[in-house]
Ligand binder design. Structure first.
Ligand code: FE2
Length: 148
C-alpha cells in the first residue's frame, strides 16, 4: 500500500515539507518497481535525498541550530544504508519490498523526531531565512546550488 502523506508529517517549514513529499513519491515508486526498474528508481531516490539533506543541513547551519552536526551524521548514516541496498541490488538481490518498508519507517521517524526538533529550536531563524525571497538571499542561492 502506498504511503499517503498526512498533515501530521508537516513540520511547518513549507519548503522542507514539499521536499519530504517528493521523497515520499520516490519511495512509493519503489512499490511498483521490478528487478529491471529498481536500479533507476533507487538512483533517483538517492540523488534527490542527497540534495534534500544537503539543503536542510545548510539551512540548519544558517539558522544556528546547535545540533546541526549530529543531524548531518544521521543523514550520512541513512545514505550509507541506501548505498548498501544499491550494492545488494547490483549483486542481483530483489531489494524493493524490503527497502520500501524500511524507507517509510525511517523517513517518518526522522521527520517526527529529528526534523521537528530543529524547528522547535530555531523556528524564528528558519522562518526568516525561508521567507526571504531576495535574489541574493540564502534560499534562492541554496536551491540553485543543491537542486540545480
Ligand atoms: Fe533531516
Amino acid at each position: 500500500m502506498a504511503l499517503i502523506w498526512t498533515n501530521d508529517w508537516n513540520i511547518g517549514i513549507d519548503i522542507i515539507d514539499e521536499q519530504h513529499k517528493r521523497i515520499v513519491d520516490y519511495i512509493n515508486a519503489l512499490e511498483n518497481a521490478n528487478m529491471s526498474t529498481t536500479g533507476k528508481v533507487l538512483q533517483d531516490l538517492v540523488e534527490y535525498t542527497e540534495s534534500h539533506f544537503a539543503f536542510e543541513e545548510s539551512l540548519l547551519v544558517e539558522a544556528g541550530y546547535e545540533f546541526a552536526g549530529p543531524h548531518k551524521a544521521t543523514h550520512a548514516n541513512f545514505i550509507k544504508r541506501l548505498n548498501s541496498y544499491q550494492a545488494d541490488h547490483e549483486r542481483g538481490e530483489d531489494v524493493a519490498a524490503k527497502l520500501y518498508a524500511m524507507l517509510g519507517t525511517w523517513l517518518l521517524h526522522h521527520i517526527k523526531r529529528d526534523d521537528v526538533a530543529y524547528v522547535d529550536a530555531v523556528q524564528d531563524n528558519l522562518q526568516r531565512i525561508v521567507t526571504n525571497k531576495q535574489e541574493d538571499g540564502w534560499l534562492k542561492r541554496s536551491l540553485k546550488v543543491f537542486f540545480g
